[in-house]
Design a protein around this ligand. Structure first.
Ligand code: FES
Length: 123
C-alpha cells in the first residue's frame, strides 16, 4: 500500500533528531524530500548515484537488513567523507517494515565539491 505508516528518525548534522513518515518501498532520499527535512546539502544529485551527499550511517542491526549494495553504489560511497562499515547511500536504500522506526545518522561532513563552494561563498 502507499500508506505512510513507517517512521524513520534522522540524526541531523547538528545532532538534532528529525522524525519522518515513510512508505514501504520509498527511498530514504524520497523520505527526506517528501518530509521537507532540512538536511544541509543532502541528495544533491537527486538520486542518480553521482554525488554521495546522501551518505547515511546505520546501526549494524539495521544495516544487516538492507538490500545488498550494488557496485555502482559502492563506487560512489567510496568517495563519501567519514565512511563507516555501516554506511549506505540514502537514495539507494528503500524503506520496509523490517527497518521501521530505525534511527539513521547523517554524517557531519559531506564531500560534495559544489556544496563546499556554495558554503564558503555564503559565509
Ligand atoms: Fe546523489 Fe544519492 S543523492 S548519490
Amino acid at each position: 500500500s502507499s500508506e505512510e505508516n513507517l517512521t524513520v528518525n534522522f540524526i541531523n548534522r547538528d545532532g538534532e533528531t528529525l522524525t519522518a513518515t515513510a512508505k514501504e518501498g520509498e527511498s530514504l532520499l524520497d523520505v527526506v524530500i517528501r518530509n521537507h527535512l532540512n538536511i544541509d546539502g543532502f541528495g544533491a544529485c537527486e538520486g542518480t548515484l553521482a554525488c554521495s551527499t546522501c551518505h547515511l550511517i546505520f546501526d549494524q542491526k539495521v544495516f544487516d537488513q538492507l538490500s545488498s549494495i550494488t557496485d555502482e553504489e559502492m563506487d560512489m560511497l567510496d568517495l563519501a567523507f567519514g565512511l563507516t562499515n555501516t554506511s549506505r547511500l540514502g537514495c539507494q536504500v528503500c524503506m520496509k517494515k523490517a527497518i521501521d522506526k530505525m534511527t539513521v545518522r547523517v554524517p557531519t561532513d559531506v564531500s560534495d565539491v559544489r556544496k563546499d563552494q556554495v558554503e564558503k561563498q555564503s559565509k
